[in-house]
Write a protein that binds this ligand. Structure first.
Ligand code: DGT
Ligand code: CA
Ligand code: CA
Ligand code: ZN
Length: 583
């Protein structure tokens, strides 16, 4: 590791998040925990590197969501590589508890109990104690929770080693730029699951075209954030980054770039099907190109398009390459026209300082305008989420007065502001706001933020009841999962989708890389049930609006085009949908 290695924003964010987790396990004040989480989000989404900002003498407290303490912490991380609060917590709180909170049914409070009363300091301890039946008798646990914890431990172990799409993306962008700029490189690309836009990434696959691989491999080995070189030769270099993510770089001659890109993009299942098609046509397909049987010179290799074309197919978007029927569709000329980020006309779910956002309405609107949006909906939390400063009717009335002023000052500047709220679905399916206000809101998003462990029938009934309310327009993050942390709650999604379709409620693809909920496969089911989809950033800061692109990737993986997606429609059509006046 080089001594002047500069810490990247993704790594700073990761440490802040770790501090938040440990603070929460330690039983710290909820606002303090939230401050760390918000700061992690702000850092992760910030375009300029914090190291560079400090070098030019910027004042970090100018950033929303970064107070004096956090600024001092980040400065020390950049200067000395240490976050004092994290060091102090790490001495007191066993780090294995970070795995324990990822077990479904545990959470920070219970982790604290398990630690204090059963001396649990990690997954292995937890498994041992639960198997011995010594979790059930803890206050607030019980037999059911104990059984759930045991299966939860399995789930955590299964997903170990995978990294969220957003995290991998943030780390890889600068690495790709570095590879592109290495001596002799004529082309470079991300391949593998990251190019296909999968929600989690096992390892990152990079590809470069160059005649001499040596300087390209050297550039990766010496890159900021490389913890260990796992192997490095002429064909491939593998490194481990400080966050634990592995990066594989392959260097090929430019003449074979397309064949290699197709091969290393995968998926394996897509490759197998493609190779089968090649064999049926008397060809042989490999990462070196498409060859006649026994031929030495490839008939296609330079560009991906050439490879597909030589097999009688149009180019297939990477997001579709999962062997879910894309080859048949391509063969029949029936590939879907996929949604692009450019098609998105607005963002209909984001938060402001009125609840738990860090930016005010004006800032969020300016950020929406900068993204070219025609419309945007302010959707702060309702009151049930106390920790977020959620809105009751009185506070909503005050917000609307403020929005009147905002609207009159903006005139008809884009985007058009829609007035909405993200209303909690209460335990029994009632909504956390009175009907008068629900009716006046231009867009009502409903979502579950509590009682995750209801039995399936109850959870389903609760959500369906909420969708039956005539003012509801969107069901946000329909499974409640948090990637790598929490599986979705137990719900009959098909029943939910059916109700949503019947009542004209859109199903959200929440684009936060922590959620990506509904997932690609769930979106496919929702569309089959007749639902309209809406892709929302659920941003809690202006920079979070950029998460939209992860939602678009997920939607593309679900084969969605403009017609499926509410916020790719013109405002008039959106308004008609929100009026629930029929299709
Ligand atoms: P990941 O890393 O688990 O998120 O998923 P991928 O799809 O990135 O898989 P990875 O990194 O093992 O390999 C990258 C691509 O290389 C993969 O999508 C297809 C191709 N590939 C790798 N090994 C094989 C193989 O044994 N057979 C075939 N047909 N393709 C392979
Ligand atoms: Ca990979
Ligand atoms: Ca790989
Ligand atoms: Zn939200």
């Amino acid at each position: 590791m080089s001594s002047q290695r500069r810490i990247g924003n993704a790594e700073i964010a990761e440490r802040l998040e770790r501090a938040a987790d440990l603070l929460e396990i330690d039983g710290a004040n909820a606002f303090r925990v939230r401050a760390y989480r918000n700061a992690a989000e702000v850092v992760a989404a910030h375009a300029e590197s914090f190291a560079a900002m400090l070098e030019r003498g910027a004042d970090l407290t100018d950033l929303k969501g970064i107070g004096k303490d956090l600024a001092a912490g980040i400065t020390s991380l950049v200067r000395d590589g240490a976050l004092p609060v994290l060091d102090e917590l790490s001495e007191r709180v066993p780090l294995g508890l970070l795995d324990v909170v990822r077990v479904q049914g545990v959470g920070p409070k219970r982790a604290n109990t398990l630690w204090r009363q059963r001396e649990v300091t990690g997954l292995d301890d937890l498994e041992r104690v639960a198997r011995a039946g010594r979790v059930a008798d803890l206050p607030g646990f019980g037999e059911k929770t104990q059984a759930k914890i045991l299966s939860g431990i399995e789930a955590v172990r299964r997903r170990d080693g995978r990294v969220r799409l957003g995290d991998a993306d943030a780390v890889v962008r600068p690495l790709l730029a570095l590879v592109e700029g290495a001596p002799g490189v004529t082309r470079a690309a991300v391949a593998g699951s990251l190019r296909r836009g999968r929600e989690t990434i096992g390892d990152v696959d990079l590809l470069a075209a160059a005649d001499d691989p040596a300087p390209v491999m050297a550039a990766l080995r010496d890159a900021d954030g490389v913890r260990e070189v796992l192997g490095s030769g002429d064909a491939k270099t593998s490194v481990l980054l400080t966050g634990g993510l592995q990066v594989d770089l392959r260097v090929v001659p430019e003449a074979a770039f397309g064949a290699a890109l197709a091969y290393f993009t995968g998926s394996k299942a897509h490759n197998v099907a493609l190779r089968q098609r090649a064999i049926e046509r008397g060809f042989k397909l490999s990462e070196y190109g498409l060859f006649e049987q026994g031929g030495e010179e490839p008939i296609a290799a330079r560009d991906e398009r050439d490879v597909y074309a030589a097999l009688g197919l149009p180019w297939i978007a990477p997001e579709l390459r999962e062997d879910r029927g894309e080859l048949d569709a391509a063969d029949a000329g029936r590939l879907p026209e996929l949604l692009t980020l450019d098609d998105v006309r607005g963002d209909l779910h984001w938060h402001t300082t009125w609840s738990d956002g860090v930016d005010d309405v004006e800032t969020m609107l300016a950020a929406c305008a900068a993204r070219g949006y025609e419309y945007a909906a302010i959707t702060d939390h309702s009151q049930a989420l106390r920790m977020t400063g959620g809105l009751d009717a009185a506070k909503l009335a005050r917000q609307w007065e403020a929005l009147d002023t905002v609207d009159s000052e903006r005139g008809d500047a884009a985007p058009t502001l829609l007035r909405g709220l993200e209303v909690d679905i209460l335990r029994d399916g009632r909504l956390d706001l009175d009907d008068d206000w629900l009716e006046r809101l231009e867009i009502v998003i409903v979502s579950v933020h509590s009682h995750f462990d209801l039995a399936q029938a109850d959870q389903t009934e609760r959500i369906v009841r909420a969708l039956e309310h005539p003012s509801v327009n969107v069901l946000a993050h329909p499974t409640g999962r948090l990637l790598g942390r929490r599986d979705g709650f137990d719900v009959d999604l098909d029943a939910v989708f059916e109700a949503a379709a019947e009542h004209g409620v859109a199903i959200e693809c929440n684009a936060s890389p922590y959620r990506l909920d509904a997932s690609d496969v769930h979106l496919m089911r929702a569309v089959r049930a007749g639902c309209t989809i809406v892709i929302d950033s659920d941003a809690h800061a202006a920079a979070g609006l950029d998460d939209m692109r992860f939602g678009v990737l997920t939607a593309r993986r679900a084969w969605l085009g403009i017609d499926h997606v509410l916020n790719a429609w013109p405002l008039e059509r959106v308004r008609a949908f929100l009026a629930r006046s029929g299709p």
